[in-house]
Write a protein that binds this ligand. Sequence first.
Ligand SMILES: Cc1ncc(COP(=O)(O)O)c(C=O)c1O
Length: 365
Amino acid sequence: MKFKKQIKGLEAYQPGKTTEEVKRIFNLDKVTKLASNENPYGASPNVKAFLENAKVNYAIYPDGYASKLRTAVAKHLNVSEKQLLFGNGSDDNILIVSRAILQPGLNAVMASITFGQYKHNAIVEGAEVREVPLTNGEHDLDKMYEAIDENTAIVWICNPNNPTGTLTPSDKIKEFLVRVPSDVLVVLDEAYTEYITDEKYESSIGLLEKHPNLLIMRTFSKAYGLASFRVGYAIGSEEVISQLEPTREPFNNTVLSQEVALIGLEDQNFIDTCRVKNNAGRKQYEVFCSERNLHFYPSHTNFILMEVKADSDAVFQGLMKRGFIVRSGNALGVPGYLRITIGTEEENMELLQKLDEVLHEEGVI
Ligand SMILES: Cc1ncc(COP(=O)(O)O)c(C=O)c1O
């Protein structure tokens, strides 16, 4: 068969084990998953109330333009409705952008290590991948600028970055945008933006006016607690969005997902509360690491990448058999580290107590 040459040997995304699998394998009653940066508090209570009584005609296609949600997001961000692209999660928007722009002969510049889907989609489209190492866990925008040539089509900046959680300061992004050629699309993936508490951080939305080659991606999967509904949105210039729209599937958000995203958006109190709780939870990990002399990256997200001074897989397994699923650094290209989603105060306390046990077992402390 005539598959694209470049997808030969390309691995499909490897999801981690589900809580049900782990319960079965280790014969556990309770398993907590802190591996995929979901919201441990779930979604707004208004979403739950809506779903209990939701009446949906399942036979009818959804609104392919997500009109009601579009109007609400446009108002929330103070942009025009035509500046928005809705995807089946940000994953879908990454695919849409790659599909619309990349092809053999072109290249995409991105950090190493960063969110894996930028590279994956560039490979599928046959484009060259130019990876620029992080410096102290942060995007090195000077080096990324140097990696740009006349064949560069997209620069991906994950801000805050997954898996390090680090934030590229607003002034550095501004300087970078001024330097980048105007025919290169700069994508700021802001999946974790709602969790940022840094007072110096400025919203990137204001940069769109000056930089029509900027595209910002956000999602309802993280702070909004709606990962299962798959809603992400990109904000760009009307011109860029109109060029991306034809590569989007016609009905890529379901009826229910559009409804719940709208309800979630309207409850900003819930987001504010989650941000505050997440900030406190992150401190539990920071204190743990500092007391045990384990390095961690300063996180601006709902996860933390921390050193374990042992084989990541062994520590990951040790936590799993004690009922906690996290992400091994080996799977992310950061051996010797774990990426842990910040849970509730109680979950964090329990996990850290188990981690102490595992680190003792491994002879680290
Ligand atoms: C940086 C980043 N971008 C995009 C995504 C994908 O999010 P979504 O659930 O909206 O597809 C994730 C999910 O982990 C992420 O960490």
